[in-house]
Design a protein around this ligand. Structure first.
Ligand code: CO
Length: 171
């Protein structure tokens, strides 16, 4: 089922998510719904809080070399921990909760992470490139942070002005 994605400045997005403790049918339905919702909106990542569920759960599905977004490349991440960060990289990010806005954001280039899968099994992985960037972006959602909070003061001011205009235009 496709769920509604909440958008900035919805206050729920600022909420800190809680660890998943039940690896049950409800969690699996949430993850399946998140996947359906993300694909419907052409996203490559989605955190549970973006569908208004404050749980430490996120999904990432990067396109392959042929630009195909296949389910085999889907990763489901429960209760993630970033263990190590290294290097610096800049990438033009976007977010389904801040639609149609894109801006350069600086993040660690490489990360080492631990997380659980939908059954509760732990894995430790090392990521770089877009995967590392997406992982950090989604983990920020779990802390109640959006990528626009990483912008410089001036860029943020410009964003707020444009965003207000955009929201007003939609009413
Ligand atoms: Co996002």
């Amino acid at each position: 089922m496709i769920r509604e994605i909440i958008t900035y400045p919805n206050k729920l997005l600022k909420q800190t998510s809680k660890d998943v403790t039940q690896f049950d049918r409800e969690l699996h339905t949430l993850l399946d719904d998140m996947y359906e919702t993300m694909l419907a909106k052409n996203g490559i990542g989605l955190a549970a809080i973006q569908v208004a569920i404050p749980l430490n759960a996120l999904i990432i599905n990067l396109p392959d070399e042929e630009e195909q977004q296949t389910r085999e490349n889907l990763i489901e991440v429960i209760n993630p921990k970033i263990l190590e960060m290294d290097g610096n990289t800049v990438y033009t990010e976007g977010c389904l909760s801040v639609p149609e806005y894109y801006e350069d954001v600086q993040r660690a280039e490489r990360i080492k992470v631990s997380f659980l899968d939908r059954q509760g099994n732990e894995t430790i992985k090392e990521y770089d490139g877009l995967m590392a960037i997406a992982f950090q972006h989604e983990c920020d959602h779990l802390k109640g942070e959006l990528f626009i909070e990483k912008l410089s003061y001036l860029k943020r001011k410009k964003f707020e002005k444009e965003w207000k205009k955009k929201i007003r235009g939609k009413k």
